[in-house]
Design a protein around this ligand. Structure first.
Ligand code: GLU
Length: 621
């Protein structure tokens, strides 16, 4: 969600900023803009500097068209906005400038007290141009500016509440950017005689790999030579430079038409990476070094809460069931945005997992802080190395799915589920699980990437067959039901979410037996029902529920275990998936659902990798 890039150096900044913004496009946004510090006269800087601000609604491509190729200026900042306050218009797009247009600000996040700040500033005679919360920052910085940019920004932020990643340029200081973060990530990158800024290291990967992550409530002065970081309260700090991992480089589409399809097909490898060295068949157990928990500590845990949003929450639902089954540890999954505000009861022997692909999900970060405030112990289950959740939790597990660029998550989901299954096995062995059971489960898990590969080879690209038939039914539907029970209820939720996100088809998901308590009233002769019915203890019960919707005319698309012909016979379209033990089935049964969303989105002409209104990492509440 929303992106920031900045550059101070010797090169012309505009092309670098536009390139950086393009690399952040996958995060989702609705408008883009940049501000350059440029000489006032074409003859050079003799007459001083001014600001050039260019903004456009829509994709970065629109901004590229609007920026003159020879736009001068070696200092600048660029932004992609995901609107929270005020419509998607050019005037609301960032950067925002002060009244005399000598200070320009870009902002990620939300200024919560903007209304009262705006009212005060208006009383003082300031005229606002936009409807955004962010514009107050430009006017506040102007108000406090007395020649020192860092002090002006520091003073402005002292009266602000909310979340921000901001970058500010000053026409009076043509070789400087001032930036600060609070709840919205920023990294500074070191070049040779040039310095970069970004909200996501992806934007910098082709320019520098030496970066520094800012912490919350820090402010940085960036110049060509480097940077100076201090806390907003004035204390000086210094951070060691970190080297960006190589993984970041591989975010190219290759031969696939869309990132989503590429990422669906990458799952055998991403899953292998997640399991590598962690499942230990010799002991029947598992090892997650990042947890740093001794068996004695694992035995002492009384309850596990798994916190996440969207797809990560669905992975959490599978994880909670697995933890109860394998480790007999009371466990629940909860939507992070609800958890953080319900004043939850937490005790010191509670453990929490915070799941987030990006590690920057604002709602999940809030939930982590709430759990920590109340004395709970929190471990991160994240993909992006060095992200806020990874660093806030200090302990945790990286799911290693590699860069996930498509907004709709696929490979991160399967890696999250796998990481939680590995954790359940590890906890299980210290609590309830014998070596033979543990070994059987571990070996089953290690065999999944190969089964996934075989399934994707058969169905992943096929132009005919059950996936195509199912998509035919789905794209004509007014709405679709997804049903499952046990872990498959979570898979049903994930399948429905994917189809909503990518194809914009209204969907509902229910634990199958819930249908008769109300939702079944919606079924008519046209309604497709996707039922996930692996051959587990819930199979017969779920098949009865499938019969109930069939009796009312539903068109059943059924995901079943290979060889289960009896189940297949109940369906208009039957899709087999390889056999696996019950808790592992989500890793396989979700594959057809991912393809449904992709293919339906394609058939309906949707923007597959960047669905409308969505953002990859949801960094606002
Ligand atoms: N709240 C700001 C706005 O609506 C910033 C949104 C963002 O993070 O992109 O303009």
């Amino acid at each position: 969600m929303c992106g920031i890039v900045g550059y101070v150096g010797e090169r012309r900044a505009a092309p670098l900023l536009l390139d950086g913004l393009r690399r952040l496009e996958y995060r989702g946004y609705d408008s883009a803009g940049l501000a350059m510090v440029t000489p006032l006269s074409p003859d050079g800087p003799g007459k001083g500097y001014g600001l050039d601000v260019i903004r456009r609604v829509g994709f970065v491509a629109e901004l590229v068209k609007a920026v003159p190729e020879d736009l001068p200026g070696c200092t600048g900042v660029g932004h992609t906005r995901w609107a929270t306050h005020g419509g998607v218009t050019e005037i609301n797009a960032h950067p925002h400038v002060d009244a005399v247009e000598r200070i320009a600000v870009i902002h990620n996040g939300i200024i919560e007290n903007f209304a009262s700040l705006r009212a005060h500033l208006e009383e003082e005679g300031v005229e606002f141009r936009s409807e955004t919360d962010s514009e107050v920052l430009a006017h506040l910085i102007r108000k406090f500016y007395a020649g020192d940019p860092v002090e002006a920004v520091r003073s402005a932020l002292a009266v602000v509440t909310g979340t921000w990643g901001i970058a500010v340029v000053f026409a009076d200081h043509p070789e400087m950017i001032v930036a600060s973060r609070n709840g919205s990530p920023l990294v500074v990158g070191k070049g040779d005689g040039e310095t970069f800024l970004a909200s996501d290291p992806h934007a910098l990967a082709s320019y520098t790999r030496s970066i520094v992550y800012l912490e919350d409530r820090e402010i940085v002065k960036i110049t060509r030579e480097g940077w100076e970081i201090s806390r907003l309260d004035g204390r000086k700090v210094s951070h060691a430079i970190e080297e960006l991992g190589l993984e970041l480089g591989s975010s190219e589409k290759g031969t696939f038409p869309h990132f989503m399809l590429k990422e669906i097909h990458e799952q055998p490898e991403s899953l292998s990476r997640c399991l590598l060295g962690r499942v230990v068949p010799e002991t029947g157990g598992a090892k997650l070094g990042g947890f740093d928990l001794s068996p004695r500590e694992i035995v002492g845990i009384r309850r596990l809460g798994i916190l996440g949003c969207g797809t990560s929450f669905h992975a959490g639902l599978v994880g909670a069931l697995a933890m109860e089954q394998l480790a007999r540890l009371p466990a629940f999954a909860e939507i992070a945005s609800e958890f953080r505000y319900r004043n939850p009861v937490i005790s010191s022997d509670d453990l929490f997992f915070a799941i987030s692909q990006s590690g920057e999900t604002a709602d999940t970060i809030g939930a982590v802080q709430e759990a920590q405030t109340k004395g709970g112990r929190v471990m991160g289950v994240v993909n992006v190395v060095g992200s806020t959740i990874a660093r806030t939790c200090a302990r945790g597990v990286y799911v290693h799915s590699g860069p996930e660029i498509a907004v709709a998550s696929t490979k991160a989901f399967t890696s999250q589920v796998a990481a939680l299954l590995v954790a359940s096995l590890m906890f299980g062995r210290s609590r309830m699980l014998g070596p033979a059971e543990g070994r059987a489960f571990g070996e089953d898990l290690l065999g999944v990437p190969e089964r996934m590969r075989g399934w994707l080879e058969t169905y992943g690209m096929a132009h005919t067959g059950p996936i195509v038939d199912a998509v035919e039914l789905l794209i004509k539907a007014r709405f679709v039901f997804f049903l499952g029970r046990g872990v498959s209820a979570a898979v049903a939720m994930e399948g429905a979410l994917k189809l909503k996100e990518v194809a914009y088809i209204p969907c509902m998901s229910y634990p199958a037996a819930e249908m008769k308590h109300g939702p079944i009233a919606l079924i008519d002769k046209q309604t497709p029902v996707v039922a996930i019915v692996p051959d587990d203890v819930m199979r017969d019960k779920t098949l009865s529920n499938v019969q109930e919707v069939r009796a009312r005319g539903a068109r059943v698309i059924l995901i079943h275990t290979e060889g289960d012909h009896e189940a297949a016979r109940l369906a208009e379209v039957a899709i087999p998936v390889p056999r696996a033990s019950a808790l592992i089935t989500p890793l396989l049964s979700v594959l057809p659902l991912q393809l449904f969303a992709y293919r339906a989105g394609l058939a309906l002409g949707r923007d597959i990798d960047r669905p409308r209104n969505l953002a990859k990492s949801v960094t606002v509440e």
